[in-house]
Ligand binder design. Structure first.
Ligand SMILES: Cc1ncc(COP(=O)(O)O)c(C=O)c1O
Length: 392
């Protein structure tokens, strides 16, 4: 039997993301304190679950396929919401796609964009799974280095040098995973200009826009720049803001010519986003939204807690306070080999899970990512153990 014969080069060269690797390792260890996975501790809000329960009985079509681009009523609401948030008018039929979450939306986009060896620029550090997806489609992730001493701002000066004849797009996440950085309006506008000068697409992956704490004024949606509308794909997911990660639901706003291509990939791969999740999404966007503020307030407290606890172990970690999302990306200052070994040792000896920073690009080496979307008890337990493991 030749097992290699059955695995494509793209897949065999791929490793399971370190985030899921650590999550799976820690699931086998009883009593582990896990800061590895960005899975919010919240339940899907009650009113969303209630409407879904009602519709399960009332809607005879609920178990059926939906149209490939999504339920028309959900696309209509999405278009209204996008216009309210950005001032840009979009057409539910020509521009809106309902996706099974941002990962699926991006996957469809990368399939559309990438010919073998095409290049996609992503921030370094940046979200590990973007690089995985680009490789899976036969492309090359190009790491755009950010600097911790600049508090992880975008290094605009370094961007143009990375652009080649093979560059197709730039991926941006703000607030960022893993640094929590919110990129400034002027930085983002500069990226837009550079993309226009080089005829590139910008993919805005936006899971964390509702978690900006005292920095909400800083959040800027580049999709609100009218001149760029024909070169921006904006992706929003219900996973984090509405505690719906398991429902697999998101939407994207794309130029019409791109929607035509994305539809083909979507149809050939998942046919449609599960209808029941779309019904839940409709409830999330049309009913009360108090939970958005409530989640943010709880996360704000957890952010203060994790920063306080980090302040007590300066011999182990230094860090830049995150501005948004729910991650902090400390630098390991205690003696260690590399971030992967450090994370494994911490798991084995202290039963604490963190994600090795190297998973987020070369600049992430000698860092770890900690997700503070878990309970305060979990954060305290993790840091009690870290303090015991590394006494002053
Ligand atoms: C930047 C980023 N994009 C996408 C996702 C996944 O989104 P979804 O659940 O909508 O696929 C995550 C989840 O952690 C993320 O951090």
């Amino acid at each position: 039997m030749n097992k290699n014969k059955w695995t494509s080069r793209n897949v065999s060269s791929l490793a399971l993301s370190a985030i899921k690797d650590m999550a799976m390792r820690s699931a086998k260890i009883p009593g582990v304190a896990s800061l590895a996975w960005g899975l919010p501790s919240f339940r899907t809000p009650e009113h969303i679950r209630h409407i879904v329960k009602q519709q399960l009985d009332a809607d005879p079509d609920i178990g059926k396929y939906a149209l490939p681009d999504g339920l028309p009523e959900l696309r209509r609401i999405v278009a209204v919401r996008h216009q309210r948030e950005t001032g840009i008018a979009t057409d539910p039929d020509r521009n809106v796609m309902i996706t099974a979450g941002n990962m699926q939306g991006l996957n469809a986009l990368f399939h559309v964009l990438i010919d073998p060896d095409d290049e996609i620029i992503m921030t370094d550090p940046g979200f590990a799974s973007h690089a995985q997806q680009i490789r899976l489609c036969g492309g090359k992730p190009v790491h755009w280095k950010m600097h911790e001493e600049d508090r992880w701002s975008l290094d605009i000066g370094g961007l143009s040098d990375l652009i080649t004849a093979r560059t197709k797009a730039i991926v941006l996440v703000s607030p960022s995973n893993p640094t929590g950085k919110i990129f400034s309006e002027s930085e983002l506008r500069r990226v837009g200009e550079i993309a226009r000068d080089h005829d590139l697409l910008i993919l805005l992956d936006d899971p964390y826009r509702h978690f900006t704490y005292e920095n909400s004024e800083k959040y800027f949606n580049l999709a609100s720049v009218g001149d760029l509308a024909n070169r921006i794909a904006y992706l929003f997911t219900f996973s984090k803001a509405h505690a719906m990660s398991g429902w697999r639901l998101g939407y994207m706003i794309v130029p019409e010519h791109l929607k035509e291509q994305v539809l083909k990939v979507h149809d050939a791969t998942i046919i449609c986003t599960p209808r029941i999740s779309q019904v839940a999404g409709l409830a999330a966007l049309t009913e009360q939204s108090d939970h958005l503020l409530e989640f943010e307030q709880i996360l704000a407290k957890r952010r203060e807690l994790i920063c306080e606890r980090l302040d007590c172990v300066p011999h182990v970690f230094t860090y830049v306070k995150p501005e948004g999302a729910y991650y902090v990306f400390p630098k390991i200052v205690i003696e260690h080999d590399d971030s992967y070994r450090f994370a494994l040792d911490l798991l084995e000896s202290a039963r604490v899970t963190v994600t090795p920073g190297s998973a987020f690009g070369p600049t992430g080496e000698h860092h770890v990512r900690m997700a503070y979307c878990v309970s305060e008890d979990m954060i305290d337990t993790a840091f009690d153990r870290i303090e015991k493991q590394f006494p002053v």
